[in-house]
Design a protein around this ligand. Structure first.
Ligand code: AMP
Length: 283
């Protein structure tokens, strides 16, 4: 495994691989890796000749500067984990290296056809513009045949699929299932910021979501939405920011279970000061 910090060196490595007819798989991350990330890396390695993982905490997708400065970082630990998962190249550029050609305070604007107006988009203005800015840049450097994204960031996955098709990248987007802790909490780099007590409490988020699935045939989406929010807000230290039951393709809210063939409940909850996201497939 080789770690590369320079864009030019990464491009040279990629050019050599493509010239040799190798298929490149790519996993973009912000580091502070856990088993959730590694599941993407292992799938990537199994399906491609070469696995490239990027580690870059992208400042343009953080609307809260404190969240950016608190974001956990540990490159040497990440490298050891990636080596054991079979990664071939770690691309870990600095902010100056990746954004040498742009003013990062100048907002990047992409037309999401409405995908950015709901859920995360409502609460994190410009977040998805920053995500598209970095992922499109990384795609143009790494030129991957396949790129792997977790279903944990459900709206991000929809945005990336849309970006890939409108920007005409020749890259297949591969969705990967959510990896959870043994008691159900979706693995996240932000879990490291929870106290031991908060981590226990946060397990209730997935517990309430899983239980709500048992009522799909008896209750309306609006009733399930209200009850999930009430139950989670009833637990000390947890505060729901939003919980929406949506068409899994368009991300628009649904009224009836028959409104879409694929229905997902997406939630964001504050556990103390830590913002956690999760989702569950209903249909
Ligand atoms: P991040 O470093 O948080 O930007 O995540 C990098 C990639 O890993 C994204 O595609 C995430 O959706 C994915 N990911 C993060 N946590 C999980 C998880 N618990 N299960 C599956 N994929 C995940």
């Amino acid at each position: 495994m080789k770690t590369i910090a320079s864009v030019a060196q990464m491009q040279h490595a990629v050019a050599d691989l493509h010239l040799a007819g190798k298929r490149i798989g790519f996993v973009p991350t912000m580091g502070a890796l856990h088993e959730g990330h590694l599941s993407l890396v292992k799938q990537c390695k199994a399906e491609n000749d070469c696995c490239v993982v990027s580690i870059f905490v992208n400042p343009t997708q953080f609307n809260d500067k404190r969240d950016l400065s608190n974001y956990p970082r540990n490159l040497s630990k990440d490298e050891a984990m990636l080596q054991s998962a079979g990664c071939d190249f770690v691309f870990a550029p600095t902010t100056d290296e990746i954004y040498a050609d742009v003013e990062i305070d100048k907002p990047f604007e992409f037309d999401f056809n409405g995908l950015d107006k709901v859920m995360e988009g409502k609460f994190r203005p410009n977040h998805f513009n920053g995500v598209v800015q970095i992922v499109s840049k990384l795609f143009s450097i790494v030129l991957p045949n396949k790129a792997y994204f977790g279903e944990k960031d459900f709206q991000q996955l929809a945005v990336i699929k849309y970006m890939t098709s409108t920007m005409r990248f020749d890259t297949e987007i591969v969705p990967c299932p959510i990896v959870r802790e043994p008691l159900g909490l979706a693995m996240s780099s932000r879990n490291e910021l929870l106290s031991t007590e908060e981590r226990k409490i946060a397990q209730n988020i997935s517990k309430v979501l899983f239980e709500s699935r048992n009522f799909v045939n008896q209750k309306s989406p609006a009733d399930i939405q209200r009850e999930v929010i009430e139950q989670i807000n009833g637990i000390a230290a947890l505060q729901v920011e939003y919980f929406e039951i949506v068409n899994g393709d368009s991300l628009q809210s649904i009224q009836n279970w028959t409104d879409a063939p694929y229905i997902v409940g997406c939630i964001t909850v504050f556990c103390g000061k830590v913002r956690l996201i999760d989702n569950i497939r209903y249909i």
